[in-house]
Design a protein around this ligand. Structure first.
Ligand SMILES: Nc1nc2c(c(=O)[nH]1)N[C@H]1C(S)=C(S)[C@@H](COP(=O)(O)O)O[C@H]1N2
Ligand SMILES: [Mo]
Length: 207
């Protein structure tokens, strides 16, 4: 895509309400990970659910991939100012996953816990949306394949209505919490909500 073509596409997407202010279009898929990429071992991998639930739960890889899956094509927006349109993901829709659980009345926040300690927080309200997914595939290919594993294999959340740092790669546990727990970036300079269309990039500490 030439420079002029890109500018034209950005103009169209902004007019269509799909390109937030301060973002520009990328055709690449940059990798942004703080720290190393974990190795995936299907024999030992698990996904845990704990906190404000009637019963703590655990899925092995074999069990997790038995869950019903869905597909979605969405735009993603990174706070480092790139946006990528029409990315296709497959996995367990978060709303379907919630039906597997029994939350207590206290559950108000969802904290995603990843390998190597990365965390990110969102309200249950933001997570309980029809475009939030626990994704195992990108563009039809497993995220744990070597070419894609840096993008969060074998499992990541995808939360299209928030900046992409809130889409947790290498997901290993979901904590339902009565109180908010600012995550890895949110505890620093990043905004707690991170809505790209409101340009919620930084909090008061980061301006
Ligand atoms: N576990 C984990 N998840 C993470 C990150 C990380 O460092 N560790 N980085 C976040 C950030 S800042 C972004 S922009 C996206 C990048 O996803 P990508 O590498 O697939 O583009 O993942 C998010 N999820
Ligand atoms: Mo990011």
């Amino acid at each position: 895509m030439s420079h002029l073509e890109r500018r034209e596409k950005e103009r169209q997407m902004r007019e269509a309400g799909r390109l937030p202010n301060g973002q520009s279009l990328t055709e690449k898929f940059p990798v942004l990970t703080y720290g190393p990429t974990p190795k995936f071992n299907p024999a030992t991998w698990d996904l845990r659910v704990f906190g404000a639930v009637e019963r703590e739960r655990r899925w092995t890889w074999e069990q997790f991939i038995q869950l019903p899956t869905g597909q979605m094509t969405v735009d993603i927006h990174c706070v480092t100012r790139w946006s990528k349109f029409d990315t296709t993901w497959e996995g367990v829709m978060f709303r379907d996953f919630l039906r597997e659980l029994e939350l207590t009345d206290e559950a108000r926040f969802v904290i995603a816990h990843c390998d190597y300690g990365y965390t990110t927080n969102l309200t249950l309200e933001a997570m309980d949306d029809d475009d939030v997914m626990l994704a195992t595939k990108y563009e039809g290919r497993w995220l744990h394949e070597p070419e894609l594993i840096e993008h969060g294999g074998p499992l990541r959340t995808v939360v299209p209505k928030r900046y992409f740092w809130k889409s947790a790669k290498f997901l290993r546990a979901l904590e339902f919490s009565p109180v908010d727990k600012p995550g890895f970036w949110e505890a620093g300079a990043y905004h707690n909500e991170g809505d790209p269309f409101k340009e919620e990039r930084f909090n008061r500490r980061g301006f």
